[in-house]
Design a binder for this molecule. Structure first.
Ligand code: PS7
Ligand code: MN
Ligand code: MN
Ligand code: MN
Ligand code: MN
Ligand code: MN
Length: 345
């Protein structure tokens, strides 16, 4: 349809959408269906942050150099022609940084109000990532802060973009707490699911304040004699993520534009489905746990309105409740978190 054509006359913009397809399985579809006023803005915002994250994730860049790059990344967005060709050879999104000039070119075409929000967000995120290159995620407060930098700020930035477009309530951009929660729900679910992948990359995002209750070392959770402790720790991490569900619904209830609603809702519904899949599931310590394609398609079809979404969340919350073993040390607490969510959504 005509709406799918972003701007057939601009090869630079086309190239950005190719980068979007290359760098994201989950976000490309929800960004492409956005209303025209927001589509290119969010696409460029995504690519700006994907570039930043590609530097953060690259364990071959010397630490001091990485910190410098992260802290100055926001300024590259206004330097026509800037690119980065020093990524490690295993970095799957390295081509984006090599071709970054095309992202900058499109960024500079955005309305100034959108540019300002994206620069501010990238600046805060890059500095936060740099802080956590130097220190570890250790306390629960560190965990909240790290997730705020890499995902909560995206929630805040998106809310500001929605308000700036005039398509959503001007107040939405001021809802920092709710916006943060939507990012944290996604990021925490990603961190719980990616335990094994991150361990292999020698990265630790599970806070010691939590895993220290179950193991001497985070890596001990994979030991065959520690399965009970591993599951208890995993369930504790899931419980922590689930605490954001009421905020997710409060936020979704404020949205007006149906394409913005889908854009926000689909990743959230994927996250609750992922949490239900990983809850009390020892496969997290053996392999990559992902929801099936067929399940994802069903979820997407049921993400159009708040009532359908409520039904989906209730299903998954019940699944988690049913799979909560009465022997779990946090059995009652988990049931309470689920109960509170069910009462509020
Ligand atoms: C601008 C759409 C909608 C209020 C690249 C969407 C990586 C989970 O760690 O790639 O590489 O495995 O699987 C997205 C709130 C951010 C938070 C964060 C920007 C929702 C750079 C997504 C995406 C806020 C830091 C991707 C946070 O997961 O991670 C746009 C409202 C990027 C959102 C990163 C993670 C995103 C993430 P990893 P993934
Ligand atoms: Mn990262
Ligand atoms: Mn990453
Ligand atoms: Mn991850
Ligand atoms: Mn990932
Ligand atoms: Mn990896």
């Amino acid at each position: 349809s005509k709406d799918d054509l972003t701007d057939a006359n601009d090869p630079g913009l086309q190239r950005c959408y190719e980068f979007l397809d290359m760098t994201s399985r989950s976000f490309t579809m929800v960004i492409r269906q956005l209303t025209p006023e927001l589509r290119n803005v969010v696409c460029i915002y995504y690519l700006a942050l994907r570039g930043l994250d590609t530097i953060e994730d690259d364990m071959t860049i010397p630490l001091d150099y990485k910190v410098t790059l992260l802290r100055s990344f926001h300024s590259f967005l206004t330097q026509p022609g800037w690119n980065f060709t020093e990524s490690g050879e295993n970095e799957k999104d390295a081509p984006l940084l090599v071709g970054y000039a095309v992202v900058i070119e499109q960024f500079l075409k955005l309305d100034q109000k959108y540019q300002d929000i994206i620069i501010d967000s990238s600046k805060r995120m890059g500095n936060g990532m740099a802080d956590f290159c130097i220190k570890r995620v250790s306390s629960k407060a560190d965990y909240e802060l790290y997730c705020h930098y890499v995902a909560g700020l995206v929630g805040e930035g998106l809310s500001s973009l929605f308000s700036a477009s005039g398509l959503e309530d001007p107040e939405l951009g001021q809802e920092k707490g709710l916006s943060n929660s939507l990012g944290l729900f996604l990021q925490k679910t990603n961190i719980v699911r990616d335990y094994l992948e991150d361990l292999h990359d020698t990265r630790q995002f599970w806070p010691k304040e939590i895993w220290g209750q179950y193991a001497k070392e985070l890596s001990d959770l994979v030991r065959p004699d520690q399965t009970k402790q591993a599951l208890a720790c995993l369930n504790h991490m899931c419980m922590d993520a689930l605490s954001h569900v009421p905020d997710v619904f409060e936020y979704l209830g404020r949205l007006r534009d149906p394409t913005v609603f889908r854009f926000v809702a689909i990743p959230q519904v994927m996250a609750i489905a992922t949490l239900a899949k990983v809850y009390n599931n020892y496969d997290v310590f053996r392999t990559v746990v992902k929801i099936r394609k067929g399940e994802a398609v069903k979820l997407i079809l049921r993400s159009g309105d708040l009532n359908a979404l409520r039904g989906t969340f209730i299903d998954y919350l019940h699944q988690i409740h049913d799979r909560n073993p009465s022997t779990d040390p946090n059995y009652i607490k988990v049931n309470n978190v689920i109960g509170e969510s069910l009462a509020k959504i």
